[in-house]
Design a protein around this ligand. Sequence first.
Ligand code: NAD
Ligand code: UDP
Ligand code: UDP
Length: 335
Amino acid sequence: MTHISTNSPYPENRRILVTGAAGFLGSHLCERLLADGNGIDVLGVDNLYSGTKYNIAHLEADPRFEFMRHDVTFPLHVEVDEIYNLACPASPIHYQFDPVQTVKTSVHGAINMLGLAKRTRSRILQASTSEVYGDPSISPQQEAYWGNVNPIGPRACYDEGKRCAETLFFDYHRQHGLDTRVIRIFNTYGPRMHPNDGRVVSNFVIQALRGEPISIYGDGSQTRSFCYVDDLIDGMVAYMRHEAGGPGPINLGNPAEITILELASTIIEMTGSRSELEFHPLPQDDPLQRRPDITKARETLNWEPKVPLVTGLTRTIDYFDQLLSRMDHVAVAAE
Ligand code: NAD
Ligand code: UDP
Ligand code: UDP
């Protein structure tokens, strides 16, 4: 018999599931949700494929936080009220390492989390991506744009996996009446990015701090628009809590667009590095431009990024500076 206590110390509890909790964005999201108040319990699920327990080690002392090692491609039976589905490797190096697993994570993972949401009648948010626009032929990218994606290239496991996950979110919404939310995240950076996942901000910062050559792919004229992690998490949580918000999709990112060469020179200047530029071939299907149109997020959520690039980069450089000192310290101790 199910016993329902009438003396629960936390009668207003909301049990929130975060998949991909040990990753870059997931760890910041868990931290943010726990900081929001006593009535919130967070269950973090992750298979530690591209994330690490160090990202959430500081949360484990909090009795409202629980970590479960689990792969979302397998069913998950837990009792929750809200689901943020972030599980999926996000950097080209990580998602191309085992492309079949990447597709399974996006597609089977979405089916399982949607099945869980259906059973528990939970609101569920999908962390989708600007990659659904592929190499876009319009700029800035609006949600109404259908994209320009190569379905058989090396990025397809990620791009098409995420596109299919979006399809599933909209079909569960239409077919089963689920309260679903799809956000399309544009390049986001900040502390706790994985030092070896090859993303441009972490690569350039680490190379600059070490005085190593800065690896520019192509001629560096391709553009991206970088959003600081705190801004992104604010937008994500605001959208999840917006009563009339679903089903999306909604772009979340910073519309300030720069070339990769400009990013390199900004980081070299900020770190006072003597690193030189080193040019490498542009990876296949690497989008030449990317910039979000965030009109919808501005109007629906009253949200827009607040942290300028130089402020966000200062925090990111500090983080990697400390991380590299710790790593060097460990390496010296091991000699
Ligand atoms: P990340 O690699 O740091 O985090 C992803 C987490 O998911 C990792 O901890 C990884 O171990 C976990 N994971 C992977 N496969 C899993 C599986 N099968 N089962 C359980 N856990 C699994 O990447 P991130 O930057 O934090 O990205 C989080 C989400 O946001 C991803 O879905 C990503 O596609 C999306 N996103 C991120 C960005 C960005 O710029 N950071 C941009 C667009 C979309
Ligand atoms: N599922 C899950 N947790 C649950 C409920 C369902 O992981 O609490 C999985 C389930 O194993 C199934 C998927 O979600 O593979 C989709 O569930 P749904 O009920 O939509 O479809 P069905 O079970 O009818 O295939
Ligand atoms: N890039 C680069 N040098 C690097 C890593 C990335 O020039 O060391 C380029 C990459 O080719 C792309 C951009 O920077 O044009 C952003 O790459 P990232 O992998 O961070 O994200 P995504 O391509 O998924 O937007």
